[in-house]
Design a protein. Sequence first.
Lengths: 376, 254
Amino acid sequence: MAETICRALRDGAFEGEHAPALTIKDTIDTPLGSFVFNHILTQLTANILAGKSQARGVVLVALSRPPSFYAELLKDKGFDVSSSSKWLRVLDCYSDPLGWKNKLMERGTVRNPYEETLLKTSLCKNLKELDKVLSSIIELGKEIVEEGKGRFAVAIDSVSEVLRHSSLPSVARILSHLRSHDQVSCIFCLLHVDLHEAKVAATLEYLSTMHADVEPIVQRTNGQRNTSEDLPMVEQSFKIGKFHVRFKRRNGRVRVMREELYVEGSGIKITEVSSEDGFTAQSLVPKVQFNLDLSEKERLDRAKVVLPFEHQGTGKPIQIYDGRKSLNESENEEKQASVEKLQTTEDSGRGEIIYFRDSDDEMPDSDEDPDDDLDI
Amino acid sequence: MDNSRANLLEEAVGISKGGRVVVVEDCVETSGAFVLHHFLKRSLYPDTSDVVIFIAFAHPFSHYERILRKMGCNLTVHRKTHRFVFLDMLTLECPDRNGKETRQDGLLALYGEIEKAVEIYSSLEGSRTITIMIDDISLIEVAANGLSNHVLDFLHYCYTLKAKYGCSFVTLNHEDIYSSANTLPLILQPEYLADVIIKAEPLATGLASDVHGQLTVLNKGSVCDLGDSSSKVRNFHFRVKENIVDYFYPGTQT
């Protein structure tokens, strides 16, 4: 539930608890994670500006998109970017994560490599030193809340980028530091799952209270990356995805919710799953001229058809002779035998085959050749 | 007729609105180099003043010159008029002996050269798109002694030029050489960042004399455009001729 996520992030941390954390995960099959990230960022921003949220501002750690992208995004959504310094700080880890530009500038190769934006940014020139990154995040957060007990939210736009430069334990340490910091209201981050080993996703899941998975509507069965054979599916996966959300309660209870996600314009729309199967079937079956489905009337008619060889036990229990005496039958056997005899003589015109087994020695369907001992 | 067919690729890729990242992926059976040549030729059309910075790890200048001349584009002239910058990286080696620093320095110096060129050209008068082409990414990895993270760092820095200068990117990569979990990011990471992904594959039905393979174009960029009803994923066949490439939908070739 996208709304539930936004609400949880808005409400922030409870007294004596870690801050709620959300991990958004996607894969290359449905690379819509960044849309979800942007959606949540704008929702949270709207809540902050309306004064509804616990957080007073956001510290955005930009790793996979330049700060100018976010300035553009916020402007598109109708936020006043020029006054954003009151509620937004960007830690720019995108422009120069390894300090190359700085080095080149010192050498005199280039003059001014850095981009200017309207947002208030702070440049990170060495992503490998995560402790410094952590302290600058907290510093930027404190700038927003000024002094006092106010809290701020932290948004990390791609943990995958951080993981390329640092080891998993150090990243995990930073995240749990942030969660337990008493001025952090909530954290959310994006992870491209298929760029890492399975343990990375698991580690981040342990560190978060909510996960949002963006999955393809139809899983590719063979795991092949061959796109030419399922073009409609590939095309669909850029527009529609399954949105699975898992909430972990404090007591350990897990709630799972499923929704569907549509890309609309530059944003996304998240809706309840209406008719999951029908939708999938409709989108998968190619458009054909003839009908593949039955209407309700046809379905009823089909149910009424009497098949020629079906036992029509009109009220009586259906007995199918299997060559053996069943237990309850053996009790009534003698009685039945005499009655049957009577019946056959009465209704001789009905045409009936009555079969009595010679003895119990004879196996019902013996493989043995009866003429085995013949000597010709 | 040839002109209209060439448009099939252009149509699928869409009209470029400034900076855009195009990733071309090919495999052993079907080379995607001709797509790179197509973009090279298109960027050097006489009616624009666009500039191409070509980073060649795979072939020397004479190779591209010969091919492009047949396609009607003289690279030597463009090089003289400063519309075509050729960075010959065939001999780029980041030696292992001196440890990690040196390895990174090779790519850092290369990035410095690219950014310097971009800075110079964007400061000139008139509006022009600077396209950076890399042939090919797998060979950068070879130059970096197999450290895919360095290659990704290098690519990340190249992409940062898009934000400031509006540069376009066209890179070629081989899809089938990345299978293990360690090297997979090298193909996936650029795909995440790409606006257009072009895959060159052999036909699913096997070899044919008059069809050389199929192209699948995934245009992510147009997904964001409102009211864009054109298809976002296209698949068509191609036939590489001596000086032109035919693009056609399956079954339409007589």
